[in-house]
Design a binder for this molecule. Structure first.
Ligand code: HEC
Length: 93
């Protein structure tokens, strides 16, 4: 392999790996920044697009109802985190 080709291959490898490195725990787009945004993304985009969630404004009762309906116990540690995010970051303006 000549050096130019080697560098080209390395370059593509770096480009391919970057999004993976940038992802991980902080990968919450398109959800707005906020505590537990990544958790909410993981929990609430399993069955449908983020848009369904993002186009809704949640009060406490709705957030708890949706969580219970789709995921499980709203009083679990994870449930409380998700509901807090929904009612604040995506809360009623
Ligand atoms: C187990 C699958 C599943 C999970 C997980 C899930 N949903 Fe849903 N969700 C659905 C289905 C099915 C619908 C109704 C069909 C549709 O509109 O696509 C829906 C619809 C919705 C709607 C539209 C209003 C309505 O009731 O039809 C909202 C808002 C919503 N989900 C919020 C959430 C939130 C917030 C979470 C995370 C806590 C979540 N969903 C997680 C399956 C799920």
């Amino acid at each position: 392999m000549n050096p130019t080709k080697l560098f080209r291959v390395l370059g593509w490898t770096v480009l391919a790996v970057l999004p993976v490195l940038a992802g991980g725990a902080d990968d919450f787009a398109p959800f707005p920044t906020g505590e537990n945004a990544a958790l909410v993304k993981k929990t609430c985009t399993e069955c449908h697009s983020a848009n369904i969630v993002l186009s809704t404004q949640f009060d406490e009762a709705l957030a708890r109802r949706q969580y219970k309906l789709f995921v499980g116990d709203p009083d679990s540690e994870e449930g409380q985190k998700v509901i807090k995010y929904l009612t604040t970051v995506l809360g009623i303006k």
